[in-house]
Write a protein that binds this ligand. Structure first.
Ligand code: ZN
Length: 289
């Protein structure tokens, strides 16, 4: 019976990706104000567990080192997942990355990747909004709010990027037409995590897939802040998740499933994964240790 397992596995994979092959994903890390050495293996294992992806990792030189030889071969992949928040890339790496997405490559901005590259115009257009890095609404563009059932762009002068203490919070799915949202509960409880608020940027053509209410009692804004977003850049698709500060937050089944779905959507425009039976409801978080 031994030989059957690889056969079954390859059938699963063959059914998944573009042109009948696994989706090729590349995780970028190497510099971050977060523990990328701990979180990249979790990202890799989450994607691997879906049976949809092959996953490689490109690790940059450390902060302050020569970045000129960091030249990931983006074009060899269907989707790039960033766990990177650090030094500027070389001009060639930036040109290659923009060309990759513009020509239809998928990009996923995971948590602090939206803190990165505040001065890189094309990158900001891809992620739509970001935080920290001396971003302000005056300099970087409006903050996105979700008010009265629609996106509102808020130019009130503000520093961009903040969060309260890590607590569980409710996520509300807003764009039920997004393949990423299909079949998920409309409201679900996320495990303790940072709830990013007042993200700002070019904010063009942003689809807000999910929001969370930023509670003033936890240093929040009192606004519904975007948590999951989708964007287009050229022919490329971008999935932007603000969630997943640390390994504990990444054990949330809501994080796991929305990441798996978002990466598949960014790569192919489709989501073929079913909703896991342990997906959280509105009452309490559901985690996989
Ligand atoms: Zn964080």
């Amino acid at each position: 019976m031994r030989p059957l397992l690889p056969l079954l596995l390859s059938c699963t994979l063959l059914a998944a990706g573009p042109a009948g092959r696994p989706i090729r994903a590349l995780i970028i890390d190497g510099q971050n104000n977060h523990a990328w050495q701990e979180t990249t293996p979790v990202l890799k294992s989450i994607l691997g567990a879906s049976g949809r992806f092959t996953v490689d990792v490109a690790t940059s030189p450390p902060h302050g080192a020569d970045m000129s030889k960091f030249q990931p071969k983006f074009a060899d992949y269907d989707v790039v997942v960033s766990n990177y928040n650090g030094d500027a890339w070389s001009t060639q790496a930036k040109v290659d990355f923009v060309s990759f997405v513009r020509n239809g490559g998928g990009y996923v901005s995971y948590h602090a990747a939206d803190n990165a590259f505040p001065d890189w115009k094309e990158y900001q257009e891809m992620i739509g909004v970001g935080g920290w890095g001396e971003r302000t609404t005056q300099k970087s563009g409006p903050a996105i709010r979700y008010r009265n059932g629609r996106i509102a762009l808020d130019l009130t002068p503000a520093r961009c990027g903040s969060h309260g203490s890590r607590l569980p919070f409710l996520i509300t799915m807003r764009d039920l037409s997004s393949p990423i949202a299909t079949g998920l509960p409309t409201v679900w409880m996320h495990a303790p995590d940072e709830l990013y608020d007042t993200l700002c940027g070019p904010a063009q053509n942003v689809g807000v897939v999910a929001t969370a209410h930023s509670d003033p009692a936890n240093k929040g804004t009192g606004e519904d802040e975007p948590m999951l977003m989708t964007l287009r850049y050229g022919k490329g698709r971008i999935f932007h998740t603000t969630l997943g500060h640390d390994v504990a937050a990444m054990q949330c089944v809501g994080f796991i499933a929305t990441l798996q779905r978002g990466v598949e959507w960014a790569a192919t425009g489709l989501v073929t994964q079913s909703v896991p039976a342990d997906f959280p409801g509105a009452d309490k978080p559901s985690v996989r240790k």
